[in-house]
Design a protein around this ligand. Sequence first.
Ligand SMILES: NC(=O)C1=CN([C@@H]2O[C@H](COP(=O)(O)OP(=O)(O)OC[C@H]3O[C@@H](n4cnc5c(N)ncnc54)[C@H](O)[C@@H]3O)[C@@H](O)[C@H]2O)[C@@H](O)CC1
Ligand SMILES: [K+]
Length: 518
Amino acid sequence: MLLATASEMAELDRKTMEEIGIPGIVLMENAARGAAAFFETVVPDLCTRHLLVLAGSGNNAGDGFALARIFHGKGATVRVVCLRPADRLKGDALVNYNILHRLGIPVYHWDEKEDFASQFVQVQKADVILDALLGTGLQNEVRGLYRDVIEGVNALGKPVLSVDVPSGLHAGTGRVLGSAIQATATATFGCLKVGHVVGDGPARSGRVQVVDIGIPPAVVASSGMARWLLDRDLCASWIGPRPPDAHKGRAGHLCVLSGSPGKTGAAAMVCQGALRVGAGLVTLFVPRSLNPIMEVKLTEAMTLPVAETESQCFSVSARQDILDFVADKEALAAGPGISLHEETQALLKDLVAGSTVPLVLDADALTLLARDPSPLQEASAPVILTPHPGEMARLTGLSVPEVQENRLHVATEFSRTHKVIVVLKGHGTLVAAPDGRLAVNTTGTPAMASGGMGDVLTGMIAGFVAQGLDPFRAACLGVYLHGLAAEEATARATSRGLIAMDLLPRIPDLIGQLERHP
Ligand SMILES: NC(=O)C1=CN([C@@H]2O[C@H](COP(=O)(O)OP(=O)(O)OC[C@H]3O[C@@H](n4cnc5c(N)ncnc54)[C@H](O)[C@@H]3O)[C@@H](O)[C@H]2O)[C@@H](O)CC1
Ligand SMILES: [K+]
């Protein structure tokens, strides 16, 4: 599903009105009617209740005035509180405001200078609050009367139905600007906004429904919007069935650099993750003396023993053998369990700079790049990094809480600055590409908090890359299916005890379901 920012949404509205000729008042009416229908499913006896519409001064307020009229018509007791004087209203909002007076719906204008407590009594008397203070037009920190009202409403604990966006939540970033409404449910217009699904958005928005307000699909299709929620429809549109004459030589050959003493399991999981998403062939580079172990551990994947250090880690002198082998393959996944040995660091540096095929870098490779990110500058092939918040913190020099509080900003900035695809793992994994594409994942479970999950994901993403998928889409599909496999595996279990290998046998079926999805 496409996600819009505030400015993209404004542009969709503008094109619909100016280029297609659908009047703004029609869009506003569609918005209000759609929102009303949704709100009635959230609070089933809504039309017998005492509703209070809180309005600001823009078109969000206009939606609120239209909703006041609609619920008044359905028999609800409705009052409207507007935080701005009437002479600040204009356009479609003013049209809907004027209708309220003719229908005898009470409207109160609050004044910053008057006693807040005596004004707020109006809100306390209501059963349900409709929040139409601020929508996508939110510009800066919420202060003064707006802030007092928002905090007062949140403290009441009554059902709050938000119009488009919980007021105070930034539609583009999901950040609370000063203070934001805690909504029970939100009816949003035209498109889901980025802010509903990242940062504070999911917790603030409650149940969210997208209302079709009549923006023609062609207007959306020609918009160039490139942010998505990773859902089944989208992922299915990015993966088709294989041609009937497929053979392993054309299904992609992935090379894997993974493993060291104590970490041979990581290497096995990367290889198997790749095979389970359909990589035709997988070759694992392995520190020479560990080869007998990997020969036993792996059946379908091949191994290629290469030069090692005294501590059985990858040696820099393996560099040429690896680059020569990789040159006519399709992708290289590197990092899980490769150790932080200085020689391995030197090897990784040369591989990142010298690889002609796309790279997927994870785990120790990320820790090594945090010490010295300069190889990323030299990479000529596409690079995908798959950090968890701790690795992202190391790469950026931020603390883990700083990364978590600004996930969207951190992932997109790192991607843009270093020209790499960033997969920032965690609840609502983000995939950010340097060209501005962004995806937010919807799958996964807390049961995934166990060792080896990341190794399987690295293999899955690299396996898709090896099959020739666009690296951004490969990362998205890997992330989506990885979470889905974990959901499947825990569908009848608890949120504990899932191990990474449990995901593997479920993956082919899930891909099949995507391929067959209408
Ligand atoms: N044709 C359209 O453009 C449509 C717009 N729609 C609604 O219109 C909304 C967007 O309308 P607007 O662009 O008028 O913006 P909003 O109504 O979201 O807010 C803009 C107003 O709030 C003020 N404001 C901004 N930040 C503030 C802050 N921190 N504290 C106090 N006041 C602040 C601005 O000065 C401006 O007066 C959408 O969220 C949606 O609800 C819908 O009616 C559908 C059609
Ligand atoms: K709102």
